[in-house]
Design a protein around this ligand. Structure first.
Ligand code: NAD
Length: 357
C-alpha cells in the first residue's frame, strides 16, 4: 500500500502554497526528493532564522513570492505552471496572533483558501488538491471522545473558526465546481506538529529552543495543558498518501481526513519541556509563566481511523523519538552543519521506519 502508484511523484508537477513556512519547507524537500517538479507560492519567511533559508529550500523548487489574496498573481502563477497537484498550506497559523489580527487571519485563511480553489477552477491541468486545515476546526466540546471527520465544525478563537470556514469553503468549491470537472479535493486535519526548523513565535518548541540557545530559562504557560504532539513528517506523510489516492480519480478520497497521533503521544506541556531540557543537556531549564494568556481550548483528540483504514497511514515515530530528532536537528544547525542534507537525512530515516504501533 505504501506507494499506490509506482514512482508516483517522478516528474509530477506540484503547486505548493506556504513553501517558505515550517511544514511547507519540509514538504517541498520531500516531494522534490521524490522527483516532483515543485513551484512554491508564499510570502517571504517571517523570521530571521527560518527553514526555507537554513535548508536552502529554494534550491529544490521554483520560488514565487506572492500573496494568496492577490487573485491575478496567484492565478497567473498557477495557470502558467500547469500543475497536476496542489497542496495548500499557506495560512496565518497562530491562535494567539489571531486575537491581534482577526481580520487578517480570516482574509488569509478563508478568502485566501477561496482564491486558491478559484485559481484551481481556472487551471485545467489540476487533478488533485490537498487543502490543509487543523484539528482545531472542530467544535471543541472539551470531552475526551476522539473527533471524527463528520463531527460538527466550530472554533472558539479567530484562527480555529477561520479554519472551520476554510473547510466549508473547500467543501463548497468541491461540490459546486471541481468534482464535476474530475478534480479530487480533500482536506487534511492534524494537530500540533514538532520538528527541526520551526522558528515561529509563540509555539512551545521554538520558544524552548530559543531559550536553550540563549542559555536562559524558558517561560512556559499552562504546563499541565495536555496536547497531542507529532513529528512534522507524520501529517506530511498523510498528505502525500492522500494526494496519491486522489490522483487515482477515486472520488471516495475527496473528503476530509484526520491525521492524529497515537494515545501515548498526548502529553502535558511540562512533560515536553522536561524531555527537551534533558535531551538538550547543558543545564537547559524552564520556569512557570504566571500569565496564562488568552483562552486556549482544552485537549482535542482526533480519531485517525479513516486515514488508517483508507490510506494505510499510521504514526511511525513515538514522541520521545520525535523529540530526539528535533533536538538533533537544532544541535546540527547550531554546530553549522549543512541543513538541507540533515533534513533530507531525517526524511530518509522516517521512510525507513516501520510504524512503531
Ligand atoms: N504547525 C502546526 O503545529 C500546525 C498544526 C495544525 C495545522 N497547521 C497548518 O499547517 C499549515 C502550515 O503551517 P506552518 O506551521 O508551516 O506555518 P508557517 O507560519 O511556518 O508557514 C505559513 C506559510 O504560509 C505563508 N503565508 C501566510 N500568509 C500568506 C498569504 N497571505 N499569502 C501567501 N502565503 C502566505 C507563509 O509565507 C508561510 O510560507 C497552515 O495551514 C497551518 O494552519 C499547522
Amino acid at each position: 500500500m505504501e506507494d499506490v502508484v509506482a514512482n508516483a511523484w517522478q516528474g509530477r508537477r506540484v503547486f505548493l502554497t506556504g513553501h517558505t513556512g515550517f511544514k511547507g519547507g519540509w514538504l517541498a524537500l520531500w516531494l522534490a526528493n521524490k522527483g516532483a517538479v515543485v513551484r512554491g507560492y508564499a510570502l517571504d519567511p517571517y523570521t530571521k532564522d527560518n527553514l526555507f533559508t537554513e535548508a536552502r529550500v529554494g534550491s529544490v523548487l521554483e520560488d514565487i513570492r506572492g500573496d494568496i489574496r492577490d487573485a491575478a498573481k496567484l492565478d497567473a502563477a498557477m495557470r502558467e505552471f500547469a500543475p497536476e497537484v496542489v497542496f495548500h498550506l499557506a495560512a496565518q497559523p497562530l491562535v494567539r496572533y489571531s486575537y491581534e489580527d482577526p481580520i487578517g487571519t480570516y482574509e488569509t485563511n478563508v478568502i485566501g483558501t477561496a482564491r486558491v480553489l478559484d485559481a484551481v477552477r481556472r487551471t485545467p491541468t489540476v487533478r488533485a488538491v490537498v487543502s490543509v486545515t487543523t484539528d482545531k476546526c472542530y467544535e471543541n466540546k472539551e470531552t475526551l471522545r476522539p473527533y471524527r471527520e463528520d463531527d460538527p465544525l466550530g472554533g472558539y478563537d479567530p484562527y480555529s473558526s477561520s479554519k472551520a470556514c476554510a473547510e466549508m469553503v473547500t467543501a463548497a468549491y468541491r461540490q459546486s465546481f471541481l468534482a464535476q470537472r474530475g478534480v479530487a479535493v480533500a482536506t487534511a486535519r492534524a494537530g500540533n506538529v514538532i520538528g527541526g526548523g520551526d522558528w515561529s513565535t509563540d509555539r512551545l518548541i521554538p520558544d524552548l529552543v530559543r531559550g536553550f540557545l540563549a542559555r536562559e530559562p524558558v517561560k512556559i504557560r499552562r504546563p499541565q495543558a495536555i496536547r497531542p504532539w507529532q513529528h512534522v513528517l507524520e501529517p506530511l506523510h498523510g498528505y502525500i498518501l492522500l494526494a496519491e489516492r486522489l490522483l487515482t480519480g477515486d472520488a471516495r478520497y475527496a473528503t476530509a481526513f484526520n491525521f492524529g497521533p497515537g494515545e501515548a503521544d498526548a502529553q502535558p506541556v511540562e512533560w515536553i519541556a522536561e524531555r527537551m531540557a534533558e535531551f538538550w543537556g547543558g543545564g537547559a531549564a524552564w520556569v512557570l509563566d504566571a500569565d496564562p494568556g488568552v483562552h486556549e481550548a482544552g485537549y482535542l483528540k482526533l480519531d485517525a481511523g479513516r486515514a488508517r483504514a483508507e490510506l494505510a497511514w499510521q504514526p511511525r515515530l513515538d514522541l520521545e523519538t520525535a523529540l530526539r530528532w528535533l533536538v538533533d536537528w537544532y544541535k546540527a544547525w547550531q554546530s553549522g552543519a549543512e541543513m538541507q542534507s540533515c533534513t533530507l537525512g531525517q526524511i530518509a530515516m522516517y521512510e525507513r521506519q516501520q510504524a512503531l504501533r
